[in-house]
Design a protein. Sequence first.
Length: 70
Amino acid sequence: MFNKDDQKQNLEDILKHSIEIEEDLMRTYLITAERIHDDDELKERLENFAEGNAKRTKQLMDELKEINRK
């Protein structure tokens, strides 16, 4: 069984990995949006996706900080 320190480390690893994924997706959406010149609606949707990823990244970082305080 996992002890409390192992559980904390596992959760930290999951959150860090999730942050990386969200940041990669955000970059991909923004880069793709910058390359679109003939479809304003698609460009806006991609920018909105990136904004959602940024918000989730911040939430994940806040959660990671909270775990490290305990």
